[in-house]
Ligand binder design. Structure first.
Ligand code: HEC
Length: 153
């Protein structure tokens, strides 16, 4: 009985693999002139924090984990990345034709997400230990975003 159940679960798991996650995994090409690094010129310390904790879901530099190919987890992983990029994309900080000042509100959002600890997305830093941010690191991000916005006003 127990064996049948196990077999059934295994069969379902194998069947699931025939339902590939959409959209396909991809790291689209990036225009180097429109990245966060090029347009906002963050200090390396801040850039490194964001790269570590945010870029997997908010850039075209996603390091896809092996389970991004294993259904049903793959569906969630791909959705997080595609959805994350749609909301905030460090690889396409400026949309075509957009000017730097229009991205101040994105900077404010970055600070808010980091300060309120709503990001990185819940659960992500359990699996990716390197994405855990200390309070000092969270403050460092906001200190820089606040100063950048203040200097522009
Ligand atoms: C595991 C994937 C993942 C990681 C890592 C991640 N995010 Fe997100 N982020 C998302 C998703 C998905 C959304 C859209 C849905 C939502 O708001 O929860 C989002 C939304 C956001 C938004 C909201 C934008 C808006 O339009 O309101 C901000 C700001 C943001 N993330 C910043 C960050 C920052 C800063 C980091 C790193 C400290 C980070 N995220 C790390 C997946 C992620």
């Amino acid at each position: 009985m127990k064996r049948n159940l196990l077999l059934a679960v295994a069969a379902i798991f194998i069947l699931l693999q025939y339902f590939p996650a959409t959209p396909a995994k991809s790291n689209p090409p990036t225009d180097p002139a429109r990245t966060f690094a090029a347009t906002m010129k963050p200090p390396e310390a801040v850039h490194a924090i964001l790269r570590r904790a945010c870029f997997d879901c908010h850039s075209h530099e996603t390091v896809w984990p092996w389970y991004a190919d294993v259904a049903p987890i793959s569906w969630a992983v791909r959705n997080h990345v595609m959805d994350g990029r749609k909301h905030l994309n460090f690889s396409e900080w400026l949309k075509p034709g957009e000017r730097v000042f229009s991205s101040w509100s994105d900077l404010e959002d970055v600070c808010k997400a980091v300060r309120e600890k709503s990001m990185p997305l819940a659960g992500y830093d359990w699996v990716h230990g390197r994405a855990k941010l200390s309070n000092a690191e969270r403050q460092a991000v906001c200190r820089w975003t606040d100063a950048t916005i203040a200097a522009a006003k």
